[in-house]
Design a binder for this molecule. Structure first.
Ligand code: F6R
Length: 607
């Protein structure tokens, strides 16, 4: 969701701001803008609706050599995507960019009669509020920002500059991430460290309730209550290769194809092959604490939720003594759910910034339940607020649709389940097949991706003009079907819904007609015969059936995509690769924007 960048140094601010905003494009946006200040306080404010290229077109006629500036990509919340609603917003001499939502903006606006509002945004209200303290010279910019923020309810990551003082940027955060990049005679800011990669390796992650005054050679951080903060400078782990397409046409295809490597990173140092055991240091739970666990609550949104559902099926298979409940964060945060004691909560998030997931984490912590993060983004808010955690280490996921994170989230959670089972004394003979398959999984993924890629491409082409799809699976293939349907709908805009195969006769079977195709998952296993009967039911109604299977299959369906692998337990993870590729090739065939689907943002930092 919205992106922030800022520059104060000796070089060209406009250059960094534009390149930084491009790095943040993947987060999703519908307008963009930058403001730079000359040393004499001349202001160049450029804003444009739509893609950054529109902003660049304006920039071509307004090139400056200014050394300070801030920029923003906006994903509309208050007011439509338009130039006037795009950030930076101005009030007096102040220019402000903002991520998040000011919930009490209407009440605040009532008090700001002197300001002539030009946009429909909550951000302009905040700019005017800051200016109400700053305008008459009573407060320095940072102090005016603090006064204003004390009146604000909501979430924010902000950056403000003043034309009266073109040497400093004031930033603050509460619920919306902000990273300060520390360089030599240059200081950068960004809402996401990927904008800083290649410019500096050193970063300070601002905490909620902190305000920083940033100059080219100095950073001063305080809390909103004016207590000084001694900031920790951390290393940015991402490198340039990780945020480039590396020869692929789209980030999505790159991220699908790099799953052998990304999963290898998830597993690194965490498995003892010889002993057939798993060791996770991050959760920080002792053997006796693990032994006591009776209940797991897994919390996530979208793909992270599906990964949790899938992991839950596996964990229940090998740890009979615990129950697993996987919940959608946006629902759970408002449910009056009782969490039994002896529970542990797994908080699953690629970005580590998802507002609903973060809110659940805070609620669950209030109940005294230990929280374990299954997070990708290092240093993200969720990663910092959980009691312990396991990073999935898949590297940056740039495409809006999540792929490699899903695979690693599911396996990381299964590994956590295995550590519980080990502590509870589940027989090694029960657990070993899981560990052995996990060890083989990266290479099996590589094999399947290479085997099926062309086939999936040609099948996807056959269905590219369909607008409706049903995804069907049972047991572990059911959450896999849910994830496959989500992938298809979010990037190819096909109305794809997943159902448990056993539910067909309870309603969805009525949908089968020539407008729909059915993507069916048929894994080898105990439910095989039942699934075959389900496929027959669809065929008998004239369904357009595609089967993805690792088993014998000889029914007369339209297309069969075979997975050749020895893996039995984790076959659904391999089937999901087919579904990821299918969504990708459908989208390419339909001619839509693969990496930045309409209306969506990568990191959903508002409720
Ligand atoms: C779908 C997708 C989303 C995210 C969801 C949670 O492809 O990317 O459904 O999975 O917004 O995001 P994180 O994992 O960052 O909390």
């Amino acid at each position: 969701m919205c992106g922030i960048v800022g520059y104060v140094g000796k070089g060209n601010a406009q250059d960094f701001l534009i390149s930084g905003l491009k790095r943040l494009e993947y987060r999703g946006y519908d307008s963009a803008g930058i403001v730079t200040l000359s040393s004499g306080g001349n202001v160049t404010l450029l804003r444009a609706e739509g893609k950054i290229v529109n902003l660049e077109n304006k920039l071509a006629k307004n090139k400056r050599k200014d050394r300070i500036g801030i920029g923003h990509t906006r994903w509309a919340t208050h007011g439509e995507p338009s130039e006037s609603n795009a950030h930076p917003h101005r009030a007096g001499n102040i220019y402000l960019v903002h991520n998040g939502i000011i919930e009490n903006y209407k009440e605040l606006k009532e008090t700001l009669k002197k300001h002539e509002f030009k946009s429909e945004t909550d951000t302009e209200v905040l700019a005017a509020l800051i200016n109400s303290f700053y305008g008459d010279g009573k407060y320095a910019l940072a102090d005016a920002v603090v006064q204003a923020l004390k009146l604000v309810k909501g979430t924010y990551g902000i950056a403000a500059v003043s034309a009266k003082n073109p040497e400093e940027i004031v930033v603050a955060r509460s619920g919306s991430p902000l990273v300060i990049g520390v360089g030599n005679d240059v200081t950068l800011i960004a809402s996401d460290a990927s904008a800083l990669v290649g410019h500096t390796k050193h970063a300070i992650y601002l905490n909620d309730g902190e305000v920083a005054v940033i100059k080219k050679d100095n950073i001063e951080i305080k809390t909103l209550n004016a207590e000084p903060v001694s900031a920790k400078v951390e290393e940015i782990e991402t490198n340039l290769a990780a945020i480039q397409k590396g020869g692929y046409e789209h980030f999505l295809l790159k991220e699908i194809m790099e799953q052998p490597e990304s999963l290898t990173e998830t597993l690194r140092g965490r498995i003892n092959k010889k002993a057939g055991t798993v060791h996770l240091g991050g959760p920080g739970l002792s053997e006796s604490e693990l032994r006591k666990i009776k209940h797991l609550v897994i919390v996530g949104c979208g793909t992270a939720y599906h990964a949790g559902l899938l992991a839950g099926y596996f964990i229940e298979q090998f740890t009979p003594e615990i129950t697993v409940e996987t919940v959608i964060a946006s629902e759970y945060r408002y449910r009056n759910a009782y969490i039994p004691k002896d529970s542990v909560a797994l908080i699953v998030s690629q970005s580590g910034e998802t507002a609903d997931t973060l809110a659940c984490l805070r609620e669950i912590k209030k109940q005294g339940i230990p929280t374990i993060g299954i997070v990708n983004a290092i240093g993200s808010t969720i990663a910092r607020e959980v009691d312990g955690g396991t990073y999935v280490h898949v590297g940056p996921e740039i495409s809006v649709a999540s792929t490699k994170a899903f695979t690693s989230q599911a396996i990381a959670m299964v590994m956590f389940g295995l550590t519980i089972a080990q502590a509870k004394g589940v027989k090694p003979g029960v657990l070993r097949p899981y560990v052995e398959e996990i060890v083989k999984l990266p290479e099996e993924i590589r094999g399947v991706l290479n085997d099926v890629k062309e086939k999936v491409k040609s099948v996807a082409k056959q269905y590219f003009d369909y607008d409706h799809a049903i995804y069907l699976g049972r047991d572990t293939a059911y959450p896999t079907a849910m994830e496959g349907a989500l992938k298809l709908k979010e990037i190819s805009y096909v109305d794809a819904n997943a159902y448990a195969f056993g539910e067909l006769k309870h309603g969805p079977l009525a949908l089968v007609d020539d407008r729909f195709f059915e993507m069916t998952l048929v894994p080898e296993g105990i439910l095989y015969d039942k699934v075959i009967s389900n496929v027959r039911e669809v065929l008998a109604r004239g369904g357009h059936v595609i089967v993805v299977t690792n088993a014998e299959f000889d029914l007369p369906v339209e297309n069969i995509i075979r997975i050749s692998s020895d893996l039995k337990i984790f076959a659904p993870i391999l089937m999901n690769l087919v579904l990821q590729l299918f969504a990708y090739y459908m989208t390419v065939a339909k001619g839509y924007n693969v990496d930045q689907p309409r209306n969506l943002a990568k990191s959903v930092t508002v409720e």
